[in-house]
Design a protein around this ligand. Structure first.
Ligand code: E4P
Length: 270
């Protein structure tokens, strides 16, 4: 499984890339806001150019802001024209359904197709059902991003369950102990279940889009995304680092350091 960093923070991205395990970057308007809030007066073009350069050789998703077909096409082309020459690694993120009303809009699907036809790779975002994923893949998106963590948050919120964002939510779902009801959203029992259903459909129908498991919150979710066959997981840097944690690893480190004899330590001082 490929690992992307889900961040627009240049220091985090640089540090994460230095480990040699990263395969791409995903950003969104909220991540850009968070990363740039601490840099007043920043030149956005220069800033994004730096991110693209750090990630050279791997894709970087930049999201459109518009909600209409024409607007998304215009912004997608503009982002691509401004930035793709830097390192040839820009992917345009397009919401699968940009409607702000209950009535869905087809503009996202049309924009995915049009940008794809123009040779601009698209990451279809805000995927919460396998049906959305199917349409996005058929329209030509190179990446289709189911938001696993937000599904778990949504299911827990619906059942008034208190949780910390990093709390594990079982991939196989969960019965609400107080009501005895299975917790689910429209036949999806967990975020990883959504990822798994997308993977299954893409395999069944030989769709070429990659499933990019997004909005992941903890190592168990990352493991499960890999086990169900997600092509990519995009992770905030703290989640990437948390993949390294185990109590016994830390305990082993303490023991090794305690047991080092001066004669052995002296080897490193020569
Ligand atoms: C990535 O493409 C998504 O924008 C991101 O993973 C969303 O994560 P969040 O649910 O933690 O905001």
């Amino acid at each position: 499984m490929k690992i992307f960093i889900d961040s627009a923070d240049i220091d985090e991205i640089r540090e994460a890339y230095s480990g040699g395990v990263l395969d791409g970057v995903t950003t969104n308007p909220s991540l850009i806001k968070k990363a740039t809030a601490k840099r007043p007066g920043l030149n956005m073009k220069d800033y994004i150019n730096k991110i693209l350069t750090i990630a050279e050789g791997t894709p970087v998703s930049l999201e459109v802001l518009a909600t209409s077909y024409q607007g998304m096409i215009k912004e997608g082309i503009k982002l691509y024209q401004i930035f793709n020459s830097v390192a040839e690694n820009v992917v345009i993120k397009v919401p699968v359904n940009p409607s702000l009303q209950k009535e869905p809009s087809y503009d996202g699907i049309k924009a995915i197709k049009e940008l794809t036809d123009q040779g601009i790779p698209v990451n279809a975002t805000l995927i919460f059902t396998p049906e959305q994923a199917l349409l996005a893949a058929k329209a030509g998106a190179v990446f289709v991003s189911p938001f696993a963590g937000r599904v778990d948050d949504f299911i827990r919120n619906n059942h008034e369950i208190k949780y910390d964002k990093t709390d594990y939510f079982p991939a196989s779902g969960w019965k609400n102990e107080s009501t005895g009801k299975e917790m689910e959203d429209n036949g999806i029992v967990s975020g990883i279940d959504l990822v798994s259903q997308c993977v299954e459909i893409f395999r069944e129908f030989d769709l070429q889009s990659e499933v990019l498991a997004a909005s992941l919150r903890n190592p168990r979710q990352v493991r499960e995304a890999a086990l169900v066959g997600a092509d990519i997981a995009t992770l905030p840097f703290p989640v990437i680092k948390s993949l390294l944690y185990h109590f016994k690893t830390r305990e082993g480190m303490e023991n090794f350091i305690r047991d080092s004899v001066p004669e052995y330590a002296a080897l490193f001082e020569e």
